[in-house]
Ligand binder design. Structure first.
Ligand code: AMP
Ligand code: ZN
Length: 488
């Protein structure tokens, strides 16, 4: 399909509405003007692959994808990088505590590398289900850029920004007077955000580790030789070294969740700008957090929701994406299962409209202009979706015109409208408790379980076919069989 904008403007860049993004650095919505006319360099802080990503993390990547799709549609060539942090991210955002990777590996009795691989694969599967096109993105692993990180620390040392204490090489924030400029962070606030126990050897509380030494007597799984001793890179240096290597010394857009503002991103700015003496990032963009049932997502509260859990309950991953987009990326949103069900239903209706309408038509020009204006206004997806519903309900438009309009809107929204397979996943199938099934199906399920237990898989398959013929789907999960009524 022709790009939305090209369709509208006949490929005349001047006719495109100006894109405006909120820049955390200035605290204002600014007109977007990239370093180069046609290319945009964008870096999105990626996951630390010690544990599965939850739906809060996924919001950050759908946000990045929304920027990406919008830039694509605006005709830019986007060079996008999302890092995979597989070493050096410590339990506290300061520089204390264990490395999350090593801790998780020890706990599960597997190697840090195996965990990284497993979690990265799950992460990629989540991105795929959410309609994020991985083939357009570079995903560097921190462990594959160790020499670049060491070289950057050396540069900082040569320029007088680094000093050594007993547990590592640190950045001296007193030497970088603009420290804390992103989000106007006061040091007290930063310390509070990071909940850091102070290291008495540090010159300033906000100083951060560039390289950490392996502790005496400790054998880390992941450690490397360096000019200062065996150890591993600090989390912050990873992002900057990979950006320098893959995108260059100055980039257009850098994103993350708002939790990254006080520490991680201010540290990135300090080390990058100290090394190059020039501006590091032109537009800093941060996504707000989601809460679950009005509470922070937290392991200790046990309220974490994963995409797999959503799909297990019979919802489509794209329904989660739709739900994310109904809120502006800078607004906190609260997840509830009811809200997800509502999103699933809404998306199913849009999707049906696309799939069940026949005939070709041009998209509605007024709608297109309004939709573009909403996206250009700091990616106001909430407004864009509301406008989409107004268009769908407008009885003066033909079904084909609505369908064509929906399909161009989907270039931005990424909901898979018009995609048969995505639509099939939208039919909410509620798992039916086995004892609520008709008796004959209950028996088939029980017999199949016995056949599986006896490893008689031929018989189990035969019984599955009977269950299928009775109008039910059966899937095996760690908690036993899940039975759902088949879609008619
Ligand atoms: P992490 O792996 O902890 O570095 O997190 C990966 C990304 O998810 C970061 O950009 C975080 O800011 C973001 N993130 C973490 N928790 C949430 C949440 N509850 N809501 C939205 N974004 C989050
Ligand atoms: Zn980062």
């Amino acid at each position: 399909m022709l790009s939305f904008i090209k369709y509208l403007t006949g490929d005349q860049p001047d006719a495109r509405p100006a894109l405006r993004f909120f820049n955390t650095m200035s605290g204002e919505v600014e007109t977007f003007a990239p370093l180069s006319d046609r290319e945009v360099k964008m870096y999105n802080c990626g996951p630390t692959v010690y544990d599965r990503v939850h739906i809060g993390n996924l919001r950050a990547y759908v946000f990045a994808d929304t920027i990406r799709r919008t830039l694509d549609q605006w005709g830019y060539a986007v060079n996008q990088v999302i890092n995979i942090t597989d070493v050096g991210h410590l339990v506290s955002d300061g520089d204390d505590g264990e490395d999350k990777m090593e801790k998780s590996a020890k706990k599960r009795g597997v190697s840090a590398q195996d965990i990284a691989q497993e979690i990265t694969d799950l992460y990629f599967a989540d991105l795929d289900s959410l309609g994020i096109d991985r083939s357009k993105i570079t995903f560097p692993k921190a462990t594959e850029f160790i020499s670049e990180q060491i070289a950057l620390v050396q540069t900082l040392e040569e320029k007088g920004y680094a000093y050594q204490i007993s547990d590592g090489i640190y950045f001296d924030t007193a030497k970088f007077p603009a420290y804390g400029k992103l989000g106007n962070i006061q040091l007290a606030e930063q310390k509070e955000g990071a909940r850091v126990e102070e290291n008495p050897e540090k010159k300033n509380p906000s100083d951060f580790a560039l390289w950490k030494f392996s502790m005496k007597g400790e054998k880390r799984q992941q450690e490397w030789p360096s000019p200062w001793g065996t150890g591993f890179p600090g989390w912050h240096i990873e992002c900057t070294a990979m950006i320098f290597k893959l995108l260059g010394k100055q980039i257009d857009i850098h994103t993350g969740g708002i939790d990254h503002i006080p520490v991680h991103h201010n540290n990135e700015i300090a080390q990058a700008e100290a090394a190059t003496a020039r501006q590091y990032v032109r537009y800093w963009m941060h996504g707000a957090f989601i809460t679950i049932e009005n509470k922070k997502i937290s392991k200790s509260l046990g309220n974490t929701v994963y995409l797999s859990g959503i799909v297990d309950r019979g919802f489509s991953a794209r329904a989660l994406r739709y739900w994310f987009l109904t809120g502006h990326y800078r607004s906190p949103i609260n997840f509830t299962w009811d809200a997800l069900e509502g999103a699933n239903t809404a998306l199913r209706n849009l999707s049906r409209h696309c799939l069940e309408t026949e005939g070709e038509a041009e998209p509605n020009a007024t709608f297109v202009a309004d939709f573009l204006a909403a996206m250009a206004d700091d990616l106001n997806t909430a407004k864009a979706i509301a406008r989409t519903w107004d268009m769908v309900k407008d009885s003066s438009l033909s079904p084909a015109e609505k369908r064509a309009s929906l399909l161009v809107a989907d270039q931005f929204l990424g909901l898979g409208l018009g995609d048969q397979q995505a639509a099939r996943q939208l039919t909410v199938e509620k798992t039916i408790a086995v004892d609520e099934l008709p008796e004959n199906v209950q028996k088939l399920v029980a017999d199949r379980q016995s056949a599986r237990a006896a490893k008689d898989f031929g018989k189990a398959d035969e019984l599955r076919a009977h269950i299928d013929a009775a109008g039910y789907d059966i899937k095996d999960s760690p908690d036993g069989p899940r039975v759902t009524q088949k879609n008619s």
